[in-house]
Design a protein around this ligand. Structure first.
Ligand code: NAD
Ligand code: NAI
Ligand code: ISE
Length: 340
């Protein structure tokens, strides 16, 4: 039986996910869509043979919707996730789970009260082959203990609505989740450095920014977030260990040599760079919902990421090193904890 999905938010990634559910993912079908931009959502609904509804709340309550996908703007995520849990429906929510840690905590508390995990967060980097290979190498112990990580998160450009806080809350949140998964440990402190600004940015965005994270065992991680780098979508992760180093390479399947140069292409956006990871993420989500047994990033992972981004925001505002403190992890999430 096909899983019948309702999608809230038919913007950039909402449309991509609808395309994936329609053409790539097996065993699923988009049956309802909504967006504040009703005209666009209606058109998309028509294209994929889904029903257009006026609001997210209406979509969630439709009896024909088995599971919900939230791809609307960050500040709207919390209310739709809570509404889906209250309807006892599985919900896949794009990151961040909520913009503040308190919002994520409300979601965690609601799930704990229900006694069942219904939420998965869109941290798709855990499904990327490059990060999986880094994890395998670290876990094998062949390179010895991890000492430091040097990372970069570069986007070609960002729009006028993307402001200074979003560098951490909307972009670095990916590193915050995937590096904790990679290292099997949580963070204890964060600092933020504000380097010289690029001329490609606008008044409301300080770009680039550098995040320095410290983990429980003392690993230091620097993450450059540069969302107007003006040349390509470039995700770097170099893991320096006692006996060697392992790093991500950009997926590339050919190279060109001409006029005395040897070059390979680089992706221009997240969609291209992580295409295979998004596909795998959604396929496994559909399979696990049908099996009534979720196994992807949980609401607890969303909460931990959000506590860290909230501390990062304070570190940026104060210029100080901020300690990261979390509540105890509820039993509901312990079988799925990143820690081993
Ligand atoms: P977008 O602006 O292109 O799309 C968002 C859409 O949501 C818009 O069409 C908007 O009209 C709609 N919307 C907003 N509030 C709504 C509401 N209350 N009800 C219905 N529709 C609403 O943004 P995007 O780039 O597609 O990003 C969407 C989300 O996906 C964000 O949370 C973002 O963080 C996340 N995202 C994740 C990744 C990733 O790599 N995992 C990549 C891009 C975006
Ligand atoms: P977008 O701006 O292209 O799309 C968002 C859409 O949501 C818009 O169409 C908007 O009209 C609609 N919307 C907003 N509030 C709504 C509401 N209350 N009801 C109905 N529709 C509403 O944004 P984009 O880039 O698609 O991002 C959407 C979300 O996906 C964000 O949370 C973002 O963080 C996340 N995202 C995740 C990515 C990833 O790599 N996992 C990549 C890009 C985005
Ligand atoms: C966007 O929302 C994403 O999630 C992309 O993966 C990220 O690279 C970009 O910076 C965000 O704005």
């Amino acid at each position: 039986m096909e899983l019948k999905i309702g999608v809230i938010g038919t913007g950039a990634i909402g449309q991509d996910h609808i395309r994936r559910f329609t053409n790539k993912v097996k065993g699923a079908k988009v049956v309802a869509v909504t967006d504040l931009n009703a005209e666009r959502a209606e058109q998309i609904a028509q294209e994929v043979g889904a029903k257009f509804v006026r609001t997210g709340e209406e979509l969630i309550s439709l009896p024909e919707v088995d599971a919900v996908v939230v791809t609307s703007w960050d500040p709207t995520h919390e209310k739709y996730v809570l509404e889906a849990i209250n309807h006892n429906k599985y919900v896949f929510c794009e990151k961040p789970l909520a913009v503040e840690a308190e919002g994520c905590k409300r979601i965690v508390d609601t799930e704990v009260k229900l006694g069942k995990r219904l939420v998965q967060v869109g941290f798709m980097r855990r499904y990327d082959r490059g990060y999986m290979e880094l994890k395998e190498m670290i876990d094998s112990g062949k390179l010895g203990e991890v000492l430091m990580l040097h990372c970069a998160h570069r986007n070609v450009s960002s729009g006028e609505n993307y402001d200074t806080p979003m560098a951490i809350v909307n972009s670095a949140v990916h590193e915050i989740d995937v590096l904790r998964w990679l290292l099997n440990e949580d963070y204890v402190a964060v600092q933020v450095i504000m380097p010289k600004r690029t001329s490609h940015t606008h008044e409301k965005l300080h770009d680039p920014q550098i995040l320095i994270l410290e983990t429980e065992s003392g690993i230091h991680i620097d993450v450059e977030i540069f969302v107007n780098c003006n040349y390509g979508y470039d995700i770097k992760c170099e893991v320096v260990c006692v006996d060697g180093m392992v790093s991500l390479s950009n997926p590339s399947y050919s190279s060109v040599r001409t006029a005395g140069k040897d070059y390979t292409g680089i992706p221009m956006d997240w969609e291209q760079r992580f295409e295979a990871a998004y596909e795998q993420e959604l396929q496994l989500w559909v399979d696990s919902v049908k099996a009534d047994d979720l196994n992807g990033p949980t609401a607890w992972d969303g909460y931990v990421a959000s506590v860290t981004t909230t501390a990062g925001t304070l570190a940026r505002e104060t210029g100080k090193r901020v300690e990261i403190k979390m509540d105890d992890c509820p039993d509901l999430y312990k079988s799925n904890l990143v820690k081993v």
